[in-house]
Design a protein around this ligand. Structure first.
Ligand SMILES: [Zn+2]
Length: 459
């Protein structure tokens, strides 16, 4: 009997160390190392998943690249258009997809709904979180059509694989990876080494059997996937399910995808009967208003391949208590400070003594730099208390010199704005090259400097 072997793991990034360290050299976090038992009972490399007859037996040897035949992977196109979009066009056989999100956001509802709507496919839904009855109750609420869906409440991977060999599912869903436990590792469920081991076993199963596996993972308060970052490296695709628990909209965002582009976005509305796909998100992201208020500007952004018109709201008021406050929701606070500095220095607007509150409507988080001009316009609109016409949109980056910079794929942004009934769009004059204005009926205002945009807007 070998003596118990332990090691220390960073709970934030999964780095391993023989002894306890205060600061993780890998991710820089403090006090994240926890001792875990890692002793393996035996050294057999094939642990839990063995496939009797499958592609696993094909021995690998080097091949000339010219001899490798290329074929489009046969994706499973689901009924859920938003899911297809974020996966890059459907489920890839043998792929492993991680769905992360805060507890209570609706990950289980989303996955159960997907499981129920996969018509003609045998799905095994393994839950370590809820009882069969609870899952049945949830399924009753959903309007999705019932399919060949099996429910298993189990947390031990060895038993799960035993059941898999009997059921032979075409899709496997694990709710959640943090509840799984492998008997090859001695530490508790949810610990870094357990999460890593269970994921490795499931990954082996996915790759050897060609079965797509969906893992649900919880997210910590800091917004990281609980336990290890290493999980993100192991899987093929990482989807984040986000949104405000108190609001009805949910966003499914691709942050990593070996089979498609990242930063794709799927939008759902949480209803009593489950999640409804929102196919025209711009309509919900722009608040319905009849009068134009100051502080509101609409930005034409791109999330992945999808153009979205997003409402930026600002409130600029004189600071009453010493240091002015700068608060930003859904937009990078550092970028906001930078734009405020540009407005102050290049535009001469005295924003230094003002509180500035910025909010992206709809609970969205936006990183597209093309939103810069809308942010600047919204701040200035509130500062000057002059409303921007509700039919105007913006799509340009703002540089440190106060220059209005070109953005990628401006045509998509312009045509989306036009489609939604906007009459004016403000872009960079550097985007004009090669742009055929005649095909748009929307008025395109192209400027090179912030001051020019503002004098056109506010006179
Ligand atoms: Zn770390």
């Amino acid at each position: 009997m070998a003596k118990i072997k332990t090691s220390y793991f960073c709970q934030s990034c999964g780095a391993q160390s023989a002894k306890w360290i205060g600061k993780c050299p890998a991710c820089g976090e403090w006090n994240t190392y926890v001792e875990e038992v890692v002793q393996r009972e035996e050294v057999t490399p094939t642990t839990a998943w063995k496939v009797g007859s499958s592609t696993a037996q094909v021995s690998n040897k080097p091949k000339p690249i010219a001899d490798i035949s290329f074929q489009e992977q046969q994706r499973v196109v689901t009924q859920d258009q938003e899911l297809n979009r974020v996966l890059g066009g459907g489920i890839v056989p043998g792929s492993m997809v991680l769905i992360g999100g805060e507890p209570g956001i609706g990950k289980s509802t989303l996955m159960l709904q997907i499981a129920l709507s996969l018509r003609g496919m045998k799905v095994l839904y393994v839950s370590g979180e809820e009882s069969e009855q609870q899952i049945k109750m949830r399924a009753e609420r959903l309007t999705a059509q019932t399919s060949d869906c099996f429910i298993l409440t189990e947390t031990g991977t060895q038993n799960i694989f035993k059941q898999i060999e009997m059921v032979r599912p075409q899709v496997l869903i694990i709710d959640s990876i943090q509840t799984l436990h492998s008997s090859f590792i001695e530490s508790g469920a949810g610990s870094v080494s357990q999460v890593r081991e269970c994921t490795a076993e499931l990954l082996k199963f996915a790759k050897e059997s060609g079965t797509p596996v969906f893992l649900i993972g919880h997210i910590t308060k800091e917004g990281n996937l609980a336990g290890p970052k290493i999980l993100e490296h192991m899987v093929d695709t990482v989807l984040q399910f986000e949104g405000d628990r108190h609001m009805t909209y949910r966003i499914l965002r691709t942050t990593k995808n070996r089979f498609g582009s990242t930063s794709e976005l799927g939008i759902y509305e949480m209803l009593g009967t489950g999640l409804r796909e929102v196919s025209n998100p711009s309509e919900i992201l722009i608040s319905q208003r009849e009068d134009a208020f100051s502080g509101i500007a609409i930005g034409a952004t791109l999330e992945g391949n999808r153009p979205l018109l997003i409402e930026v709201q600002s409130l600029v008021t004189p600071a009453t208590y010493g240091t002015p406050q700068r608060t930003s929701t859904g937009y990078d606070a550092k970028r906001l400070n930078m734009l405020l500095a540009v407005l102050e220095k290049r535009g001469g607007y005295r924003l230094g003594a003002q509180d500035v509150f910025l909010n992206i409507a709809g609970g969205l988080k936006v990183e597209d730099p093309a939103l810069d001009l809308a942010v600047c316009a919204s701040i200035l609109s509130s500062f000057e208390d002059m409303a921007i016409p509700s039919t105007a949109a913006f799509a340009a980056e703002v540089g440190l010199g106060g220059e209005v910079r070109a953005v990628n794929r401006v045509e998509n942004r312009i045509s989306e704005a036009e489609k939604l009934g906007f009459t004016d769009i403000y872009i960079s004059k550097y985007n004009k090259k090669g742009l055929d204005f005649s095909k748009f009926s929307i008025n395109i205002h192209a400027f090179g400097r912030l001051e020019e945009v503002f004098s056109n807007l506010f006179g």
